[in-house]
Ligand binder design. Structure first.
Ligand SMILES: [Zn+2]
Ligand SMILES: [Zn+2]
Length: 165
């Protein structure tokens, strides 16, 4: 089931106490070579309190994601726990454009930001990763072939290697 990220504004406005939310569900993300697919469950715990126009908000997220090496495509599985807290003045303008004229307070922009912050858009499995051969596609970390960089530059057809055939 899709992660529930929406909190009714009226619940927050009418509560005198801190509200706590625990939810679990799918929250697919694609960021560079990193992704959370639509079967993966993520979890969060959030505490929210509205007092004299100030919204104190904290959230802790547990999530798993995959990263594919940008050179050899090797998949790495990662597990993270990350948290964030802030206090917003909801009477004046705030960075998140939150105001309680809206029916819901939506946590999804916070969740996306927290998750993406943990992801490396230029992820490689190792700085020494040799990647895949652009001619035959083998993984040069494990195997070798005759298609060295040097050969490709000397070949009269080397410009063909630039093409995506
Ligand atoms: Zn690699
Ligand atoms: Zn090769």
């Amino acid at each position: 089931m899709k992660l529930n990220t929406k909190i009714k504004s009226i619940d927050l406005i009418s509560s005198k106490d801190k509200l706590q939310f625990d939810n679990e569900g799918t929250f697919p993300i694609n960021f560079g070579n990193n992704f959370i697919d639509d079967n993966e469950q993520i979890k969060y715990h959030s505490e929210i309190e509205l007092f004299e126009g100030r919204l104190s908000f904290s959230i802790e997220i547990n999530f798993r994601y995959q990263s594919n090496c940008g050179r050899c495509l090797r998949v790495s599985h990662n597990e993270e726990k990350s948290s964030f807290s802030t206090t917003l003045n909801i009477i004046e303008d705030n960075d998140y454009e939150i105001n309680f004229d809206d029916e819901y307070f939506d946590l999804s922009p916070f969740i996306s930001e927290i998750i993406i912050e943990k992801m490396d858009i230029n992820y490689v499995c190792s700085q020494k990763c040799k990647g895949l051969c652009s001619f035959c596609g083998i993984n040069k970390n494990n195997l070798s072939c005759n298609h060295s960089e040097k050969n490709s530059k000397e070949s009269p057809f080397s410009s063909l290697s630039q093409l995506d055939l």
